[in-house]
Design a protein around this ligand. Structure first.
Ligand SMILES: [Zn+2]
Length: 160
């Protein structure tokens, strides 16, 4: 006798539970932060609080390359002016092809006599470059021959 197979097909597919309707609403999308708070171009402050006090050099200024003291504290006036200065070299090489860099922060004195030690290069047009009197590295600044004012670059000296 043949067993007639009753195919017992399991009925039905899996029941799909749950609709999609009840899903929570997605969290609010963040506002686009484009263009918020972009800082203004970084203008240099009128004074640098850790170098300038009452408009004068707070510290004595020294050569970066040797112990030579260029000027005592509180004798020079802080001065902002964009000016291209040749990159640092020995004084003897200063008159050769000059690669310059723009500098804008200076300490100004009205006369070269106000320095403790300073070297002066040959005239280049109406200015002379100032160098360390001992190791002759420079320029650390420049002097205007028309009015004798001398400018020392903050970036080229060591404050002590
Ligand atoms: Zn020096």
């Amino acid at each position: 006798m043949k067993e007639s197979d009753v195919k017992n097909v399991p009925g039905g597919g899996a029941e799909v539970t749950g609709g999609h309707e009840s899903l929570p609403a997605p969290a609010a999308v963040d506002e686009d932060k484009d263009g918020a708070n972009f800082p203004e171009s970084t203008a240099e402050p009128a004074e640098i609080s850790d170098s300038v006090l009452d408009g004068k050099n707070m510290w004595a200024l020294n050569c970066i390359f040797c112990p030579s003291k260029i000027m005592p504290a509180k004798v020079a006036s802080y001065h902002v002016e964009e000016r291209a200065l040749p990159k640092m070299k020995q004084k003897k090489a200063l008159s050769e092809g000059l690669e310059v860099e723009p500098l804008s922060r200076w300490f100004m004195v009205s006369d070269v006599m106000m320095f403790d030690n300073i070297g002066v290069s040959n005239a280049v047009g109406d200015i002379k470059y100032l160098t360390c009197a001992d190791c002759e590295m420079g320029p650390v600044g420049w002097t205007d021959l028309s009015n004798k004012k001398c400018y020392i670059a903050l970036a080229r000296v060591r404050e002590t």
